[in-house]
Ligand binder design. Structure first.
Ligand SMILES: Cc1cc2nc3c(=O)[nH]c(=O)nc-3n(C[C@H](O)[C@H](O)[C@H](O)COP(=O)(O)OP(=O)(O)OC[C@H]3O[C@@H](n4cnc5c(N)ncnc54)[C@H](O)[C@@H]3O)c2cc1C
Length: 365
């Protein structure tokens, strides 16, 4: 967002305030390469400190904002310091959802928690994980690769069921079981959990206290404008209007946080161009690279290109005959093309989607 402000030719002062005492970093590594030990800590930052200086962005790290000061146009930090503002952007992200009864378990959201998990993986022989969503499945894969016995307890009938649906979910279940994970599905409450990974929720407390419109996320329009004049919001914490899907969506993924944040930075600089890209994310588990394009909206039909379970293959999700999402399993080219089809609002039939010899770029011509 701050980079988007400068790119939009904003020439005033910019202060980036964050409660974590380190440079902003790529959180997705925390459940993958950083946990596995294949990327060093100094490779995690999004950009080096010098780049913030070049962009004229002042960093206030290790500083929690206690109050946005909407009336007086001045935020209050935990240290007692106040910082005045003309325009404000809230990008407080999301937090790991807590599981009642497991408050003392580990939750993975920030670097120190990843470090604790890494140390634990090196010291223990077995790990119980509550939740077979993306983070739970990724950690299970790393733990297996490190030789740990892994039990995963999931409340639903398949891993990642809500996003992928029952068939692709069943494939993910098979993958983990083949790798030796003891996957327990339809579990009402796990008997044990070292790590709880049962989803996340938007950190809206500051916005709520400031009286902004909040509805499972800070409510913003396609430019990131909140209900208060001069106050914007970006990233995981927002529920934003998406012109393509013609509804408000909340996305908890890295690429969307970056791209939508950049567009909000532009809007803050006075350059109005709505974010209209189809959200996209990836997940790495063992040798599987899963890529998904779509907004997680309801679907009434799925179509598989290739054979379900035999890599590579892609599952398409359709609503009333319109493509609304695609999940590719080691098949990123197909997902990238499907994403362009959705962005161009082109019609493509189930038959064309199912046919591996039909190049999706043909409907874009
Ligand atoms: C373990 C893990 C793995 C992930 N893997 C993937 C993946 O593979 N692919 C993918 O697409 N996405 C992944 N994600 C999601 C992705 O990281 C998020 O979508 C992205 O980080 C959202 O960016 P954000 O800037 O909106 O929020 P965040 O990254 O959550 O940043 C918000 C920041 O605001 C700070 N903050 C909050 N409240 C205050 C306050 N009061 N004062 C000051 N600072 C405050 C927080 O400490 C935090 O540093 C993963 C997330 C996690 C945790």
């Amino acid at each position: 967002m701050a980079a988007g402000l400068r790119d939009g030719r904003f020439d005033g002062g910019i202060t980036l305030i964050g409660s974590e005492p380190v440079l902003p970093y790529e959180r997705p590594h925390l459940s993958k390469r950083y946990l596995l030990g294949t990327i060093a800590r100094d490779r995690l930052p999004l950009r080096p400190a010098a780049q913030y200086r070049e962009l004229g962005i002042d960093l206030e790290l290790g500083q929690r904002v206690l109050d946005l000061g909407i009336e007086e146009r001045r935020v209050l930090l935990e240290s007692g310091k106040t910082i005045g503002w003309d325009i404000l952007c809230i990008a407080t992200g999301s937090d790991a959802r807590r599981l009642p009864g497991f408050e003392r378990a580990l939750y993975l959201r920030e670097l120190p928690q990843a470090e604790e998990l890494r140390a634990r993986l090196a010291a223990v022989d077995s790990l119980d994980i509550a939740g077979a969503g993306f983070i739970g499945c990724e950690v299970a894969a790393v733990a297996r690769q490190k030789g740990c016995q892994v039990r995963v307890h999931e409340a639903l009938a398949q891993p990642m069921l809500r996003v992928l649906g029952p068939d692709a979910g069943a494939y993910i279940a098979r993958l983990h079981r083949e790798q030796g994970v003891d996957l327990r599905l339809d579990v009402e409450s796990p008997p044990a959990a070292d790590l709880v990974a049962v989803g996340s929720s938007p950190r809206t407390q500051l916005a709520e206290r400031a009286g902004l419109a909040v509805d499972h996320g800070i409510v913003v329009d396609e430019l990131g404008r909140t209900s208060a004049e001069g106050v914007f919001a970006a990233g995981d914490v927002t529920r934003f209007f998406h012109p393509l899907f013609e509804t408000r969506i909340r996305v908890e993924h890295f690429q969307t946080a970056q791209r939508q944040g950049f567009i909000v930075g532009h809007a803050m600089a006075g350059k109005d161009e709505p974010y209209r890209e189809v959200p996209w994310f990836w997940s790495d588990q063992y040798d599987l690279n899963l890529q998904y394009a779509g907004a997680g909206l309801p679907w009434d039909e799925t179509v598989t290109r290739g054979a379900m379970g035999r890599l590579p293959f892609t599952v398409f999700y359709m609503q009333s005959g319109t493509l609304v999402a695609a999940a590719g399993f080691n098949d990123h080219h197909t997902v990238a093309r499907a994403r362009r089809v959705m962005e161009a609002r082109k019609m493509v039939s189930a038959q064309q989607l199912a046919d591996p010899s039909f190049d999706l770029r043909r409907v874009l011509a």
